[in-house]
Design a binder for this molecule. Structure first.
Ligand code: NOJ
Ligand code: MG
Length: 554
C-alpha cells in the first residue's frame, strides 16, 4: 500500500483523468524514443573521414535493436559548412559529402521498413550567405528578393542600426560595401537571417517543408525557433546586469527585442498547419527559454510545436533538490494536452558524462528514460562517450574559433561514434574529421555489447522496459518526497506502478519514507546484481545507484 502526503503537482487533472489519458491512443512521437545523429560523425562509408547517409543505413540495425523508434538527423543539405551544415545553400538537396538524393530516399525507405521514423533538421531562421536567395537579395537595393533578408541603413555616424549581438561573437550586423547597408545575422555573418515578416519568405519555407513531407519524412526539428521574428522597431537590447567576463560576448545583452517576439507564434502556427495537412507528422522546436516562455510554444489549443525541446537537464546543477523542483515545475507548467519531453545532450552542449561523470551518467540515463515524456538520446551517450579534448590547432567549430579562451568549442561533443576497437573505431578507414579519444579501444559499441555492466546494456534494458510498460512510456508521473541526495518519483498506469529512486551522489543513502509503506521488486538497477531483489518499506542505495522498483499491488 502506498500513501501520498506532502507534495502534489499543481495540475488540474485527477487520477480519473489520468486513467483516461493513459488509455487514450498515443502517437509515435509520444510513445517512442528519439535518437539524434550528427551525420558527420556517425559512420563513414566512402572513406573520406566524414560520416554519410550510406553509413547511417549500415547502422540502422544497431539502432533498431537498441529499441530506438525515431531518428533525428542534424542538417544533411548543401552547405559551405561555415557552421557545419547550419548554413544551408539549398534546402531541397543533399550535400555530396553525405551522399545523393537517392541515398536519402533509400535511407528513408530503410528507416520505415524497420518501423522507425525519420526527423529532419529544418533551419528556417537563416540561410547560408551563399544561398541563391541571399546572392539575389544582396545584388542590389532594388532586387526582388531584397526584402527576403533584414537590411538596414547605417546610423548617421556609420555605426550599426542597433546594439544587437551575434551568438558567435561581435555585432549581429554586417556591412555590405556594394549596396551600402547592413544585414542582420544572429549567428555567423555567413548565416544571414531571413525576414519572416515577408509572406514570400514564409511561403518559400513552408514549401521546403512540403517537399520533404511529400517524400515521407515524419517530422522536423526546427532550429532556433524562438529567433525567427525580431522586434518590428529594432529597438536596442537592454544590458544584462548579470554578465560576467568569462561568458560569451552575446551574454552582455538580454535579447529582449531580437528573440521570442509575440509574432513568432503565428509563424509556428503556420508551420503546424502544413504538418497537419499530412498524417501524424510532427515538429520539435529548438528553444532555449525559461519554462513559462517555453510553454507558449505548444500554442493555445496545442496548435504550435508538438515538442518544444525541454533543455532543463542540460544546464541544471546535478542536485536532487534542484532536479525535483525543476521537474515538478515543468510538469506543472505544461498546458492541457502538452506532451513533455526530455534531453540529456545534443551537438551544442557538453556531453552528460563529461558534466556529471561516468557513474552519475548511468543515473542520468535512468532519469531520462523513466521520466514522463519523449526522451531524445544524443548519439554515443548510450556508450557513455565523453567530450574529447581537441588540440587548439585542430579546432573546427566557429563558436570555438571566434571566441578562443572561453572554452566554447562544440567539437569535443561531436567526435566520431566509437563502434569497435579497430582502426579509427570502425568509423572510417581514413583519418576522421575530428580525432577519437585514446581510450576508444576500451570504450566502444562492440566491447559494450559483451558487457553486462556496461552503459550500452543499461541503456538497452532501460529502453526495453520503458517500451514494454505503458506506465513508463505513457503513464502518469507523481513526485515522491525524498531527502537529498535522493530523487524519487512514481510512474503509474492502471494497476502498474513503478517507483524510481535515484541517488545523485557518490555516497550511500537510505530511502525511508515517513508517511507510507511499500513493497516491490527491483526491475532495473544501475548495479545489475541487485535486479530481482525484493524490497519493503525501506531501501538502501549505494553511491551512484539508481533503481526502478515494480511495486506490488496491495
Ligand atoms: C542551433 C544549432 O543547434 C547550432 O548547432 C547552430 O550553430 C545554430 N543553431 C545556428 O544555426
Ligand atoms: Mg564519408
Amino acid at each position: 500500500m502506498i500513501l501520498f502526503t506532502g507534495y502534489t503537482i499543481p495540475r488540474h487533472e485527477t487520477d480519473n483523468m489520468t486513467m483516461k489519458e493513459t488509455q487514450h491512443k498515443h502517437l509515435w512521437w509520444q510513445e517512442g524514443i528519439i535518437y539524434q545523429i550528427y551525420p558527420r560523425s556517425f559512420q563513414d562509408s566512402d572513406n573520406d573521414g566524414i560520416g554519410d547517409l550510406p553509413g547511417i543505413i549500415q547502422r540502422l540495425d544497431y539502432l533498431q535493436s537498441l529499441g530506438i523508434t525515431a531518428i533525428w538527423l542534424s542538417p544533411i543539405f548543401p552547405s559551405p559548412m561555415a557552421d557545419f551544415g547550419y548554413d544551408i545553400s539549398d534546402y531541397c538537396g543533399i550535400h555530396p559529402l553525405f551522399g545523393s538524393m537517392e541515398d536519402f530516399d533509400e535511407l528513408l525507405r530503410e528507416v520505415h521498413e524497420r518501423g522507425m521514423k525519420l526527423i529532419l533538421d529544418l533551419v528556417p531562421n537563416h540561410t547560408s550567405s551563399e544561398h541563391p536567395w541571399f546572392l539575389e537579395s544582396k545584388s542590389s537595393r532594388t532586387s526582388p528578393k531584397r526584402d527576403w533578408y533584414i537590411w538596414k541603413d547605417a546610423q548617421p555616424d556609420g555605426s550599426a542600426p542597433n546594439n544587437w549581438l551575434a551568438m558567435f561573437g561581435g555585432s549581429a550586423w554586417e556591412w555590405d560595401e556594394e549596396t551600402q547597408q547592413y544585414y542582420y545575422h544572429a549567428f555567423l555573418k555567413e548565416q544571414p537571417d531571413l525576414n519572416w515578416r515577408n509572406p514570400e519568405v514564409q511561403e518559400a519555407m513552408l514549401n521546403v517543408m512540403r517537399f520533404w513531407l511529400d517524400k515521407g519524412v515524419d517530422g522536423f526539428r526546427v532550429d532556433v525557433m524562438w529567433h525567427m521574428i525580431k522586434d518590428s522597431q529594432f529597438r536596442d537590447n537592454p544590458v544584462n546586469p548579470n554578465y560576467r567576463e568569462h561568458q560569451a560576448t552575446y551574454e552582455r545583452l538580454i535579447p529582449a527585442y531580437s528573440t521570442d517576439q509575440p509574432e513568432v507564434h503565428d509563424i509556428v502556427r503556420s508551420m503546424r498547419q502544413v504538418l497537419d495537412a499530412y498524417d501524424e507528422r510532427m515538429m520539435i522546436g529548438e528553444i532555449y527559454l525559461p519554462i513559462d516562455k517555453l510553454m507558449t510554444y505548444y500554442g493555445t489549443d496545442s496548435k504550435e510545436a508538438h515538442l518544444p525541446f525541454n533543455f532543463l537537464l542540460l544546464s541544471i546543477d546535478w542536485d536532487a533538490g534542484k532536479l525535483a523542483s525543476e521537474i515538478n515545475q515543468y510538469e506543472g507548467a505544461l498546458p492541457a494536452g502538452g506532451w513533455p519531453n526530455w534531453v540529456l545532450g545534443n551537438h551544442d552542449q557538453p556531453r552528460i558524462t563529461s558534466r556529471v561523470g561516468q557513474s552519475q551518467a548511468r543515473v542520468a540515463a535512468m532519469l531520462l528514460l523513466t521520466l514522463r515524456g519523449t526522451p531524445t538520446i544524443y548519439y554515443g551517450d548510450e556508450i557513455g562517450m565523453r567530450d574529447v579534448p581537441i588540440p587548439p590547432d585542430e579546432v573546427q567549430d566557429p563558436q570555438g574559433l571566434n571566441m578562443p579562451g572561453l572554452n566554447l568549442s562544440r567539437d569535443p561533443q561531436r567526435t566520431p561514434m566509437q563502434w569497435n576497437a579497430g582502426e579509427n573505431a570502425g568509423f572510417s578507414t581514413e583519418r576522421p574529421w575530428l580525432r577519437l579519444p585514446d581510450f576508444y579501444k576500451r570504450q566502444n559499441v562492440e566491447a559494450q555489447q559483451e558487457d553486462e555492466f556496461g552503459m550500452l546494456t543499461l541503456y538497452s534494458k532501460l529502453i526495453r522496459l520503458r517500451q514494454q510498460e505503458p506506465a513508463l512510456h505513457v503513464g502518469e508521473y507523481k513526485p515522491v518526497v525524498t531527502k537529498s541526495p535522493l530523487l524519487g518519483y512514481l510512474r503509474v498506469s492502471g494497476d502498474t506502478r513503478f517507483l524510481v529512486l535515484l541517488n545523485l551522489s557518490h555516497k550511500p543513502c537510505y530511502f525511508t519514507p515517513d508517511h507510507f509503506t511499500f513493497e516491490g521488486t527491483i526491475a532495473l538497477n544501475t548495479i545489475p546484481e541487485r535486479e530481482g531483489t525484493s524490497v519493503k518499506d525501506q531501501v538502501y542505495l549505494s553511491g551512484d545507484e539508481g533503481m526502478v522498483i515494480r511495486l506490488k499491488n496491495s
